[in-house]
Design a protein around this ligand. Structure first.
Ligand code: S3P
Length: 421
């Protein structure tokens, strides 16, 4: 599918909602499968990646229903999955794969986890190594990572191992890895200690606490907040169309996820929170962004971790800010749905922008983008990022159907805010 957003002739305005948070949705379906009894979760998003988790759980013997945004799961408890020796296909969803791997290992389930061609290229040694240290029996597939390293990849086949507690320091700040290990650790007697080099999202701990902390887990009754990672593209759109003022209501504002809002504010946009509340242990708010002149900044350190999925949205904003936006210490971006450092720079250059790649980040000079045809590279967030550039320059995005993986209502929501009027 080709996507061309019309150049915005008027400011964007209005109040909208976005689909439920994907990180929370993955955990809600998975943890519900581990609970004793029936869980009911509302505002559950239906997109490619959430279908991946539900499909994988169904293959392992824990089906779920999703009707009008309400997910129902009858839990199997924290014990081996019913379908012994099954293969669970995780599609493009690394969160599904890595979190499920922790559960399969911890419950001593015999199963194979696999995924799309894209997922098979993503590094899995980051979970295989520590899970093996805990005693898991895993047969991995040799592969080559984006940077040429030999790594363990999908498919992974798990044999029934008996896990023990470990002290482990994660080499990268990854919530997926930490969650994988925390989930494996639920089946262990003794106390593990995991050390993480950065403020990764802590949804696993918060949601498990709401379910009683450890097995036997109580069923989950929850309403998911809107996904700040989807809202980020709407805030980016409002930031780059002069005079805009939009509100996205009811989004999760867990401080481990709000880096993009801090960055947009540092670049000059006005960002405010209202109606702040707690739901299921997670902070939720209505967030308003008003456009104002933008200036490039430098981003590194913990702010990178708190913004890890939002660099594609930021790239579109950087392309229309005054001066240079520089991102450093962000090597992890090379291991996402695409090598996002290479992909962002290549696609922006295709559109005529002055952009430069670093081993651990990139630089984008604002005001240099001219327009043209970009490609989504099989990455849902790259598709939306490049499409947003079309609000200010003539841009067509090829391969844009991939955005249905995460935000199927992206275009209608932008239209509701006035894009295309
Ligand atoms: C996620 C963690 C992040 C993020 C991904 C979702 C999660 O990955 O990029 O989209 O739900 O735990 P890493 O932990 O690999 O950084």
């Amino acid at each position: 599918m080709e996507l061309t957003l019309p150049i915005a002739a008027h400011p964007l305005s209005g109040d909208v909602t976005v689909p439920g948070d994907k990180s929370l949705a993955h955990r809600a379906a998975l943890f519900a499968a581990l609970a004793e009894g029936e869980s009911v979760v509302s505002n559950y998003p239906d997109s490619g990646v959430t279908r991946a988790m539900r499909g994988a759980l169904a293959s392992l013997g824990v089906p779920s229903s999703l009707e009008q945004g309400v997910l129902r799961v009858v839990g199997n408890g924290y014990r081996p999955f019913p379908n012994v020796g099954a293969t669970a296909y995780c599609g493009n969803s690394a969160t599904t794969f890595r979190l499920l791997a922790g559960v399969v290992a911890g419950t001593g389930s015999c199963a194979t986890l696999d995924g799309s061609a894209g997922l098979r290229k993503r590094p899995m040694d980051r979970i295989v190594d520590p899970l093996r240290q805990m005693g898991a029996v895993i047969q991995a597939t040799p592969g080559v990572a984006a940077d040429g390293r030999n790594v363990s990849c999908a498919p992974l086949t798990f044999g029934a191992g008996h896990l023990h507690a470990v002290d482990y320091t994660l080499p990268v700040a990854s919530a997926q890895v930490l969650s994988c290990l925390q989930l494996a650790d639920l089946g262990v007697s003794g106390e593990s200690h995991f050390t993480v080099p950065g403020p990764v999202r802590d949804h696993t701990v918060r949601m498990l606490a709401a379910m009683g902390g450890k097995p036997p887990l109580k069923p989950l009754h929850a309403v998911l907040p809107g996904d700040i990672s989807s809202a980020a593209f709407l805030f980016a759109a409002a930031a780059i169309v002069p005079g805009s003022r939009i509100t996205v209501t009811g989004i999760g504002v867990n401080p481990t996820r709000t880096g993009i809002l801090d960055i947009l504010a540092q670049m000059g946009a006005q960002v405010s929170y209202a109606n702040e509340r707690m739901e299921m242990g997670e902070p939720v708010a209505d967030v308003t962004l008003s456009a104002a002149p933008l200036a490039g900044i430098t981003i590194a350190g913990d702010l990178v971790v708190r913004t890890i999925d939002e660099f594609p949205a930021l790239a579109a904003v950087a392309a229309f800010a005054e001066g240079d936006t520089v991102v450093r210490e962000a090597r992890e971006l090379r291991y996402k749905e695409s090598d996002r450092i290479a992909a962002i720079v290549t696609q922006l250059r295709t559109l005529g922008a002055d952009a430069e790649e670093y081993p651990d980040g990139f630089r984008i000079r604002g005001g240099t983008l001219k327009g043209g045809t970009a490609h989504a590279n099989g990455d849902h967030r790259l598709a939306m990022s490049m499409a947003l550039c079309g609000l200010r320059a003539p841009v067509t995005v090829e391969g844009a159907e991939i955005l249905n993986e995460s935000f199927p209502s992206f275009v209608p929501t932008l239209q509701a805010l006035g894009a295309g009027r």
